[in-house]
Structure formats: C-alpha cells, structure tokens
Design a binder for this molecule. Structure first.
Ligand code: NAP
Length: 595
C-alpha cells in the first residue's frame, strides 16, 4: 500500500470524522482594519483552520488611525522602531520618529505580505450588532458606503478593533457652523488645505496640536494658538532625537540582527519608565525637576511662557509629548499665544475666554477624540442590554477585554487597556493572543458562549479604582485618560506597566467567565480517537525522549526560560549590536524618561 493509499484508507476511517478537539467551523467578524484588526486577521490565519473571517472597515484603506491622521507634522511620538509588531520589523523607517505616511505604508505592507486583503471589506461601516441568544450568534448590520446598501452578517464571535482614539470631535463651542473660513480637524485633515500666508487659529495643545504647530508655523502669516491648560513637553524618548537616519544606518538596518539590537534598545527604554507614573516614586520627583529645567531652557528665559506652560501637576498626569520644535515655535514672531479657551466661533474668527476677539482665515481644531468607550453603534448583548447605555456613565470592562452581558465579544484596546503605559503594539498583541485562546476553546470544546461574570467585572474595576489613587493619572489635570475630565475615573490606562499587562492576561482566568455549551459539555471528547492518531505522518510516540523537554510547570520557570539569557542567547547577543543597557539604567529610571 502506498503512503497515498494509506492516507485514503485512513480517511474512510470513522476516527477522522470526530476525534477529540475536532474544530467546528466558526465565523468571526472583526470591526476595524487598523493595527489591531490587521494583527487579528494575521494571527487567526496563522494558527486556525475551519474558520471564516470578515474584517469591516469604514475607511477606503487599511491602517486605521494612520490612514485618517494626515495633518502636517503627524508622526510617531515614540521611537519609530518601537512602533512595529514584535515579529515584523520595519527596516524602511527613514526617521527615528517616522511620519504618518511611513507608518501607514508599514501596515499596508504587513497586510499585503500576509494576503490579508482576502478578509477585509473597506468602506463598510458597522451600524449595529445584536446577540441572538437562540442562535448563539452575533447579527451585524453593515452599510456599504459606496452603494448605500445595508447587509446583514452573522458570526459566532465579534472582535471590536475600532481603536480608542478614533471618534474625533469638534470643540464644544457655539458658532462652529457659522465659520466662513476653512475649518479643519487634525484627525480629518482636508486634502490640499492651503495655509500659505493665512491667519490661522489652532485650538488645543494635546499631542496633535503640539505636532501640527511647528509644522505649519513657518508657512502661515500668523498663528494664534488657544491654550487652556499647561502641559509637559519632553525631549524625545531614547537617545535618538527626531532625525533622519543616515544612508549608512539605513544600510545597517537591512541586517535583521543590527535592527533587532536597535529595536531592543528603544523598547527597553520604553519599558523602563513605569515608576514615573507612581505618585511617590523618586523617578517622578526627579523627572519633574529635569523636565521643568529642560522646558525653561528651551523657552530661553521667557518667564511668561514658562509660568503658563509648565504644569503644577505631576509629569505623566496627561500624556506627555515629545514636542520637537514646539516650544521654540511658540516664541516665533508670527505666533500669538492666547492663554484661554475658545468660547465662541464667529464667521470671521474666534472669541476667547480672555475676552479677546481674533480674526482668522483658517481654524484648526486639534481637539481630540470621544474617549468614552461607548460603542459608536448600538451593541446589544444578552437580555437586550445595549452597551451604549450600560457605559453611558463610565466604561467598566473585564480586564480591558470583555464587556458586561456581551457574549463572545473581545475588545482590542478597550477601557483600561495600556494605551499609554509602554509599547502599545505589544499590548495589542497580548490582547489578540487572548482572543485566540478563547476562540480555540470555543472551536474545540463545543462552547457556545463566553460572557465575563458580573462579579469579576465589579472586582476588577474596584481594584483598578483603588490602584489608580496611587498614580499621577489621578492628579488634577484634564486628560483623556479620565475621559476628558479633571477628577473622573481613570479608564484610558491599565493599572500597571505594559509588561505587567502582558503577564496579567497571558493565561486567561477562565473562572471569570460564564461558559455555556452546545449540548453535552463533554461531547468534544468525540469518538475516542486522539488528534495524534488522526494526523497523517504523526509520530505516535512523540513524547519519548532522552531528556526532559516538557513545558515548565510553574509561571516562574516558564517566565525565566523566556526572559533570562541562556548560554545560547548570550552567544547570539554578541552578534546583536546596541545591546541592552545595564540593569541599573533599565529599571524605572528618570534618565530613561527624560533622556
Ligand atoms: P487631546 O490630548 O485630547 O487634546 C485636545 C486638546 O483640545 C486639549 O488641549 C484641549 O484643551 C483642547 N480643547 C478642546 N476644546 C477646546 C476649547 N474649546 N478651547 C481650547 N482648547 C480646547 O487630543 P490630541 O491632541 O488629538 O491627542 C489625543 C491622543 O492621541 C494623544 O494623547 C496621543 O495618545 C494620541 N496621539 C498620538 C500621536 C502620535 O503618536 N503621533 C499624535 C497625536 C495624537 P483642555 O486640555 O483644556 O481640555
């Protein structure tokens, strides 16, 4: 009998039909084809079979925030090589803080390299999603923006990858509609907007305002910026300021080991800063001193500006932004700073809380996003609960991933995700890995639904609220971390470092989920055959060896095997340039924050 005949004979064997952990067919719907949705599609494709997936995205192209944010000066505000998936480096970044277009291209290249287009429907906006308990499925209404047609899709599992800084908002001031000049929001920049020689107003000094101001200042006739609150402006993270890489460096980065060394250095810097976010930590005190001196120096003794700009609250209470050129541009002769908000927009300008009236040709709103985490469409789960209502006051997630009464629903970057606690793509990878663990069980253990237990959600949020009291995020600054309030709950961040988050969610706590099955909960045991016996060519005695190669039994050993160098990795490290800095510098260092 040939091998082929043997396989054919096996196929007729009953064991093929229903071995243990037989994967049932599942359909997955993902909303959003930005960094999170693309990663999810890739990871699902990489590890799963017998599934179907559609990723809906409202935009004409993939890459989410990076396809939407195209304002002048828009760039990564962390070292660019820390802004890649952990396994897909980008030797093409030309700048240490690359611009949005290069980042957009990176995600597009990721999608095309892995053939993800086959799953993605662009210009399709999800309008509603309803859990049908009888079927155990999500029923999703999606509008095709080109044809206007509304289609209905059905899936076993719903991934919300819509991003946490996506729903941009105009300032809440009267008269905006009456403005007769050009009106722009940084997150929806009008193509071809001509600022040359114009009298421009800029509302906002968050990360977007801080980037756009120095980029447009040289070309405009005058620039009036309205600043309601002070903010920390830092030097760029890491030893590399924003600069173009040299030809030699670009050539070196083609060597994956050289690039890995560079990436590790940048990433270790990002992972060394958590102490700054703890109120009483010496790093916070030190960082504050260093940053205040640094800002004063950059403002070149301009007392009026330093008094107005340097905060009294802690560094990191609201996102601190490396603002290359921002402080310097504020002092340019064509820039006028109004220390107050815009209270009314007039047909030809703005009225301010300081009583001034400023005439403008163009008004730019760098006024941020709706960060309430309320879904933008009705999301109706078990018992008819609409998450828009349930989270009207404040979003309370299960460990950033799950939502109350929402079966088979995982959010990437949901409430209390580590959106500013360290490398964000690392956190996204951890969340996607969690979703896959859940899908794996759903598919192979005859599970109908997972819903986070109300008690687990309650206790998680209790823990979060108590922890946040110790952090600088609870200081009296106005911030999107607290849903745009000064004294609200911290819902924009995780209660710990980014690495803490990855360790927290790495092994799902199944006891926090209510599980329902399709019929007998043990039917996944199947017809008595193992997967091993039904895999052609499998080694039926794969477990025999001459040494113990089994997985470590404790978290401690599993972790150490990954994070501490072995003799082999030490040897490899010799070939990796730019090795990690020594421990003393790496851990919670003010130098890392302010360097
Ligand atoms: P933001 O941080 O929420 O800032 C909004 C700004 O608008 C604030 O300064 C706010 O002032 C101001 N504002 C709103 N209404 C106003 C009014 N009527 N008068 C005067 N000022 C008004 O939004 P963002 O700058 O877009 O940044 C949001 C987040 O996006 C960042 O923290 C960052 O995480 C991310 N981001 C990242 C990048 C990057 O990586 N390249 C770039 C941009 C943004 P108040 O503080 O007084 O309310």
């Amino acid at each position: 009998m040939t091998d082929h005949d043997a396989k054919e004979a096996l196929r007729d064997d009953i064991r093929w039909e229903n071995p243990i952990h037989h994967e049932r067919r599942i359909r997955v719907i993902c909303i959003g084809a930005g960094a999170s949705g693309l990663l999810f599609a890739y990871k699902l494709q990489r590890s799963f079979r017998n599934f179907s997936l559609t990723v809906y995205d409202k935009n004409p192209d993939v890459s989410g925030t990076w396809t939407e944010n195209r304002y002048p000066g828009c760039a990564c505000d962390i070292p660019a090589h820390s802004y890649t998936y952990t396994f897909f480096p980008n030797p093409n970044y030309t700048h240490s803080y690359s611009g949005s277009e290069e980042i957009r291209k990176y995600f597009q290249r990721f999608a095309s390299t892995h053939g993800l287009d086959r799953y993605i429907k662009t210009e399709h906006e999800v309008q509603a999603a309803t859990w049908d308990d009888a079927q155990g499925k999500w029923v999703v209404k999606v509008k095709d923006s080109k044809s206007g047609e509304v289609i209905t899709d059905t899936g076993d599992f719903l991934i919300n990858a819509t991003g946490f800084l996506n729903n941009w908002k105009w300032p809440d001031v009267p008269g905006l509609d009456n403005f007769e000049g050009d009106l722009a929001h940084t997150a929806a920049w009008p193509e071809g907007l001509d600022l040359h020689g114009k009298r421009v107003g800029l509302i906002g000094n968050g990360s977007s305002g801080i980037q756009v101001l120095p980029a447009i200042q040289p070309e405009v006739r005058s620039l009036t910026t309205f600043i309601r609150h002070n903010t920390w402006i830092t030097k760029p993270f890491g030893k590399d300021g924003p600069r173009e890489y040299t030809e030699d460096e670009m050539e070196e980065f083609k060597d994956p080991n050289v690039l890995l060394g560079h990436r590790k250095e940048a990433e270790s810097g990002m992972n060394s800063m958590f102490g700054v976010f703890l109120r009483d930590h010496p790093v916070q005190q030190e960082a504050r001193k260093i940053m205040a001196e640094e800002m004063e120096a950059r403002l070149d003794g301009d007392k009026a500006l330093s008094t107005r700009l340097i905060p009294t609250w802690s560094v990191g209470c609201r996102r601190y932004t490396p603002g290359p050129g921002y402080l310097e541009a504020l002092r340019a002769p064509n820039v006028h700073v109004v220390y107050g908000g815009v209270t009314e927009v007039l047909p030809n300008g703005c009225r301010t809380s300081t009583g001034e009236t400023v005439e403008l040709d163009t008004l730019i709103c760098a006024t941020g996003f709706d960060v309430s985490h309320r879904p933008r469409f009705p999301l109706i789960g078990r018992g008819g609960v609409n998450l828009q209502d349930a989270w009207a006051e404040s979003p309370r997630s299960y460990m950033s991933l799950g939502a109350p009464d929402m079966p088979n629903y995982i959010m990437v970057m949901g409430p209390n995700s580590p959106a500013g606690n360290g490398p964000v793509l690392l956190a996204i990878e951890a969340q996607v890995a969690y979703a896959l663990r859940m899908l794996d069980r759903l598919q192979t253990e005859n599970i109908r639904s997972f819903v986070p237990k109300a008690s687990a959600i309650e206790e998680f949020n209790e823990y979060v609220d108590a922890f946040m009291e110790k952090t600088v995020w609870k200081d009296a600054c106005k911030s999107w971390y607290k849903n745009g309030t000064t004294d609200g709950r911290v819902t924009g961040l995780w209660p710990g470092s980014a690495l803490h988050f990855t360790e927290a969610i790495r092994e799902p706590r199944w006891d926090d989920w209510d599980v329902t099955y399709q019929g007998n909960r043990f039917s996944w045991l199947g017809d008595g055959y193992s997967q091993t016996e039904t895999t052609p060519g499998a080694d039926l005695a794969w477990y025999l060896s001459n040494e113990d190669r089994t997985e470590w039994g404790s978290r401690w050993k599993r972790r150490e095997a990954e994070i501490l160098p072995t003799e082999e990795t030490e040897e490899e490290d010799k070939f990796v340039q730019g090795k990690l800095v020594d421990d003393g510098v790496r851990r919670d260092s003010a130098a890392a924050v302010a360097a």
